[in-house]
Unconditional design. Sequence first.
Lengths: 325, 305
Amino acid sequence: MLADFLDHNLFSPDVQKLATRDGFGQALLELGEKNPEVVALTADLAESTRVLDFAKKFPERFVECGVAEQNMLGVAAGLALAGKIPFVASYATFSPGRNWDQLRVSVCYSKANVKLAGAHSGVSVGPDGATHQALEDLAITRVLPGLVVLAPCDAEETRKCALAAAAYQGPVYFRFSREKTPLMTTPETPFEIGKAYTCYEGQDVTIAACGPLLHAALLAARELEKQGVSAEVINFHTLKPFDHAALEASIKKTGCCVTLEEHQTTGGLAGAVAESLATHTPAPCSFVGMPDSFGESGTAQELLEKYGMTVEKIVEAAKKVVGRK
Amino acid sequence: MVYNDSMLSEKRLVELEKTAYQIRQDIIEMLLAAGSGHSAGSLGMAEVFTALYYEIAKITPETRGAPERDRVVLSNAHICPVLYATLANRGYFPREELKTLRKLGSRLQGHSSNHFLPDLPIETCGGPLGQGISQAVGLALAARMNNRKSDSDIRHSTLDIQPTFHTWCLMSDGELDEGQSWEAFALAGKFNLRELTVFIDRNNIQIDGFTENVLPLEPLADKFRAFNWSVIEVDGHNLREIVEAAGQARAIAENPSVIICHTIPGKGVEFMENRFEWHGKPPNKQEAEIALKELRTLAGQIRSE
């Protein structure tokens, strides 16, 4: 059963598709109107990270840093120390990545109220190829003390995510994507940092997902149902602080788990779930994601298929892990 | 104390010179008690820090929490012993606390931390070189934004509007090896960032040797000018020059300023002076005794001309 607060059109072949980065751009404009302390920075990527409209509307609150991500994050930290709420936008491979030390010291250790927006996450970045496909960003951010780490599932959730980030006091990292992806949530769908929510109820296996791949998880749940396996799909949009209670409650019912993310299977959501299972309710778990590999050029669809982040792979993993109970 | 007047009286000059030597003695005692820490740069920057906290920066123990206080950013945070000694002597906290340097639970961390604001006016966390300067650029931009009407491009500085606060950033010369520093300088140059002044501790040493042997920096002044910075060069041990340079820098409205302070690393302690081995070493008991004796002698020799 699909949760009522989700858009029930999401199973339709003509489901509405919007880019998560557009959700971010929209939120930033809203924030610009509402809060004079919100400022934005980018490293020569204003248009593709969707901060350009903010830059045009609020030039007195926009800092174009050029291709200099380390300085950009330090400047954001300085702005935050003076009471601003900086949103820092670049591709997730470069920021964090190139500026991980700056994230660690200038932001997290300094407790600077900086919001890092990681655009172009996952293989679905497509033709640009491996160097621009962020597949490690959740792992390298999750490990930093004091950093909130978010992976919203669609444009509407990304919008809420950015608004929540602005309201939260402390450093936040959130990632979103390039391509148009299915809209699954509505303005009424709840979003609270640290609170996972059940999208589809089930008894036999938990599917813990984050990001636009949540759609594939829901399609997989429907397919599994036809095959007599009842899957429970949970949206873990917040990787840190992780909602151990939500996972525990589900695992107590299902006894096994599949994780799903557009990220290496080491250290991202898979890592968070494995850590949680080991310390709370040990259960067999299977990870669906990037199999310890770099990406390459291709279309989003081709890459997701080649690297195993598909409905078929989720169904296969779920049936196998049920067998391990 | 008159902030705007960069002319020091003879009497004031002598007071400050003695303070600088007191700070040096405190540094030696602190490092001895800690058993680790950075001697050379700390000792070399005693005059600059004295000038900054006693004459230049618009912040006092009474105004330490004010939103419009000047910001002093120590980017080469390993020389924090001189920062701590200066703050203590200036009255921000009791001098007894100095011997807690680098100890568990101390506010005086091995590399200065901003976790104790507003009581300790240490504005940023430093350690990894090149990070403080970026934060200083951010602070300076915030000062500019505070003054701006909406819909105006902050790219241009306005010659007539005084910043709400000035940001003073201290850096080392070795630190300039970090590419991030130059990213920061380029951005400050783009914004004609008059709200920012940088002091460089040009002591010509770094861990592995002399700067010009490790990664040559010269022609340094030319590099800064190429990035649209005004450059002032001073004797880093001449308080009058330092204070006057800061006055000039604050008045320059066209672009950010850098004050290159030529210093002797380990200044005041003969066996340390100009030796890069003393960059990251504290003195042991015997060495400290000799050092303190020298410093006391030098302090005693300071008098009016």
